[in-house]
Ligand binder design. Structure first.
Ligand code: ADP
Length: 468
């Protein structure tokens, strides 16, 4: 057997075809057998009924009036008897035939007929002499030991039944063929989404990332699986392209400080004996290296926070106090820029959080708000308790964010085009969101170009504070 045909016999499509066809063919076979047995019974019953009635009549005469009377009765009846159809024989208790009738063109019944068959009428088939056919024989033991036999040529009937059997066998062969074909088509149709799945996985394996399982449109589980598989592939594709984009951005953003460092080193190398120039080149190198280290540090922080590996030093801390502390730090930067930084009055707002990470969150939001608000604008910070959470809002009257950028500002290294003139790595908001998620909180932004931005984040309140 070739490898290919061996694989076919092991395939699910073969197994399903075999199972479907087996059920189909065996049900049809059972139905045909039932129909045949009913039909043959019905055909035989007609003949048997007439013979049985007659044999019973003879037995009752023998019982009531004795064998000689029965012989006489048969003799009287002989004229009317349809001798062309039936065999009749009456045997004495010693086995000698008392009377015998047979169809005109047939030999009489043979002598070695079955005897002492038990009560009631027993049915048997006798082969006709010279292989002409079969005689169906009704045998009945009589009370005093005699026997009455009545028979009829059953060859025509049996020939008819044999023809039925041949026709049934032919139909069964056809049914088997239809069953096999239908089974195969059904199995292939059922497995089509699976085949699509296999083809798609193979195509992806060869690098065709855009391959998808064809949607058959049906509303069954296999098509649902195909649709879910396609959705998963779309998600993986967008994740991969997101990762590629992030990697491109990291490479791009690392290149600038690395190129500057290289330039500073080369310049220092070409400076023969000016210690001041050398010192400046070293300071430039240190500055650029610090940028690289800080960028890598933030990238790692974001990854850790997103994967749940960030180690948080959780403790009960007052958000209102943290806000006051960070606002005081940024007050100086805001004043320098001519931006008004105001805090709404607030009560204590206990949260369970890592205070340093919260300073980072507030610092990034305040830094952005002041950075993206032109002189004369204002930044307002407010916070309140909202059910089991504490909400903090940093609102500015700055340049705002265009709608297309809003879903992307939390992506790593994403910076809106018009923000490129400002200093920044495009990592601040990614870190803010990752840290808040690690704390079980979240962040939301509302913004419109020219109208300012409104960043609101929430954190679960400290347990007893939430209850109070
Ligand atoms: P960056 O270092 O560029 O500030 P962030 O991750 O903090 O990086 O912010 C991502 C981008 O979101 C910014 O480049 C800027 O385009 C936009 N953005 C963030 N905060 C504000 C704000 N308060 N007003 C306007 N744009 C903002």
């Amino acid at each position: 057997m070739s490898l290919k045909s061996r694989a076919f016999f092991r395939s699910t499509i073969f197994r399903l075809t075999a199972q479907y066809s087996l059920i189909f063919i065996s049900s049809a076979l059972i139905l045909f057998l039932l129909a045949y047995s009913l039909l043959s019974d019905a055909v035989r019953e007609g003949d048997r009924l007439a013979m049985a009635q007659k044999v019973r009549e003879y037995a009752s005469i023998a019982l009531k009036r004795g064998l000689p009377a029965l012989v006489e009765f048969i003799r009287m009846e002989r004229e009317d008897f349809d001798s062309d159809e039936y065999y009749l024989r009456l045997d004495a208790p010693d086995g000698q035939p008392l009377t015998q009738i047979s169809p005109s063109d047939a030999a009489p019944l043979p002598n070695d007929l079955p005897r002492d068959l038990g009560p009631g009428i027993q049915w048997t088939f006798l082969p006709q002499p010279e292989g002409k056919g079969l005689i169906e024989l009704a045998c009945r033991s009589l009370p005093d030991g005699g026997m009455v036999y009545m028979g009829k040529d059953a060859s025509d009937r049996e020939r008819l039944l044999r023809q039925f059997r041949i026709i049934f066998a032919g139909i069964m062969a056809l049914v088997a063929l239809v069953g096999l074909t239908a089974g195969f088509l059904l199995a292939r149709r059922t497995l089509k989404p699976i085949q699509g799945l296999i083809d798609t996985v193979r195509a992806i394996d060869t690098g065709r990332m855009d391959a998808r399982v064809p949607d058959e449109g049906a509303d069954d589980e296999l098509n649902e699986l195909a649709r879910l598989f396609n959705a998963m592939l779309d998600k993986i594709k967008s994740l991969i392209s997101g990762m590629r984009e992030a990697l491109d951005n990291v490479a791009h953003d690392l290149r600038t400080p690395a190129t500057r460092t290289l330039a500073a080193v080369e310049m220092a190398a070409s400076t023969k004996s000016d210690p001041e120039a050398l010192r400046e080149a070293l300071l430039d190198c240190a500055e650029e290296t610090r940028r690289i280290v800080s960028m890598l540090g933030i990238l790692m922080d974001i990854s850790e926070a997103e994967t749940g590996a960030m180690r948080l030093h959780l403790g009960r801390t007052d958000m209102a106090a943290l806000i006051a502390e960070m606002v005081e730090i940024y007050q100086y930067v805001a004043e320098e820029k001519g931006v008004l930084l105001a805090v709404a009055p607030m009560d204590r707002l206990p949260v369970t959080a890592d205070a340093d990470r919260m300073r980072q969150v507030l610092g990034n939001l305040l830094d952005n708000a002041v950075k993206y608000t032109p002189a004369g604008g204002r930044v307002d910070v407010s916070a309140w308790r909202a059910g089991g959470a504490v909400a903090v809002r940093v609102a500015d009257s700055g340049e705002g964010i265009v709608a297309d950028d809003i879903p992307r500002i939390f992506d790593r290294l994403y910076r809106a085009d018009k923000s490129r003139s400002q200093r920044g790595l495009g990592l601040g908001l990614s870190l803010v969101r990752a840290v808040l998620h690690a704390h079980g909180g979240g962040i939301d932004v509302q913004s419109a170009p020219g109208k300012g931005s409104l960043f609101t984040f929430t954190l679960p309140a400290a347990a007893d504070a939430a209850a109070g």
